[in-house]
Design a protein around this ligand. Sequence first.
Ligand code: PEP
Ligand code: MG
Length: 578
Amino acid sequence: MPSFALHGIGVSSGIAIGRAQLVSHATLEVAHYSVPPAQVATEIARFDRAVHEVQKELEGLHGAMTAGDAPAEFGAFLDVHWMILNDATLSEAPKKIIAEQRCNAEWALTQQMNVLVDQFDQIEDAYLRERKADVVQVVERILKRLLGKPGAIVPAGAEQHTILVAHDLSPADVIQFKQHRYAAFLTDLGGATSHTAIVARSLAVPAVVATHNGRQLIRENELLIVDGTNHVVIVNPDKSVLTEYRLKQTELELDRQKLKRLKTKRATTIDGAHVELQANIELPQDLETVRANGATGIGLFRSEFLFLNREGLPTEDEQFEAYREVAVGMKGLPVTVRTFDLGADKQKEGLGGLARVAPNPALGLRAIRFCLAEPRLFLTQLRAILRASRYGKVRILIPMLASVSEIDQTLAMIEQAKETLREQGTPFDSGIEVGGMIEIPAAVLAIASFLRKLDFVSIGTNDLIQYTLAVDRSDDAVSHLYDPLHPAVLKLIAMAISAANKLGKSIAVCGEMAGEAGFTRLLLGMGLRNFSMHPAHLLTIKQRVLTTNVAEIEAIVDRMRRIDDPARLSALLEKLNA
Ligand code: PEP
Ligand code: MG
């Protein structure tokens, strides 16, 4: 098999070596051929056998899942597949097509799938409409059996050596893999700070996005090397390349082991500046890695992930349990719950009249705008957070603020939620701190007025870069324009940090820049003392902090704030990191 390389954007560093598993949302290509009348019964029997084999496959999977610790949604997911498989529209109708059209089973099955998919497209109920994808997946399972290529499902224990190859994955898809141990991911689409990339990074496995046609070129089970650090995927590597990568992998593992020694060390610079290194999480189950990497708090709990991959919305009690679990688990260290930031690339179907495809979702009804437009949902979440606040040091963080009036409205709603709890006699921390995310240029320019009303702020560089440069963070076609080192971006970040420091208000960076070692010294030199990132990056950043003398780098950073020439900026950054 020929060896070749694919270039993309490495969104999670490290090296993985494993076999490809193609994740397909599209239909498999099938051939069409006629079956002689005498063969029709055999063709129908072939179809029946394939359906039967898939039934066995699903049963086997169900058994394995109940025995293991797979998340509950996988069980539900298999149940849906079971129902679809056993429905006559899928298990019987194709047989009629084989008999009537005298065609092969694969063709009959895809014909019937197209009919069903069309019917699903007409369904008004968004949840049911989404089940179309399940129909396609069940059809793909049967097709794989018919084509004699089963084994798309990863046997338990083999995941560690399995690399998922997909055309595209939504953040909701990727979060489902949290309890699995896939070796790596690669996708055709995606930008470096898309939420899909962020979640992939939080799985702490190498990932490369924007490979363009990787999904088409890679075959099931082919040997792959994913090098997330160097943005490359090597398909069917030859022996010498494989040996070289195995060696690199061992070296990286040794480095990781060495870093572990820093876990309990305080993050203090050579000249004595203390730095908070906190963690970003998506779900309470992330706490284990947070603790393993010695975070001094949760700087960003992306609470919207509690809303994804589920039917309906989480109730107040369900949300309360999740926030309480994190508050208790962090034993008094700060837990910053960002109120839900749905919209843009994190869509949730079934949110009443507001569930619509916006013409420009990143600029549409997203985050705090959506919350304020849906006060009932928002108040439910606020009460849940407040109730959890007595179990630790919980803080509320408001996403995507653009104007002071949004702060006023949110503070009024927090007051209303508190009032309800007081009336119920439910205890909460009445001094709970409320902060805002700085992710729109307008928020930086108006930061003084924001800081008067808020207890703290946190810079979301992922969105700040997107909105400053007008570059969609999830679109790989413009990813070359997404530049954290753009002079305008640096000026905005520096401005926000100095304004907060001047007023004595706490400021953090919780975007991906906080977890990139190349930017640590730059941010420290700008006066940042609070970083929040994926837990997997904490020890690398701590090492950087420990080897930095802020007094020595301030002059370079000052120069960087004032110049506009990208080449000089890169050169100075290199000097800073030397
Ligand atoms: C950001 O925008 O930098 C951020 C931290 O929020 P999110 O990535 O969830 O939009
Ligand atoms: Mg953001």
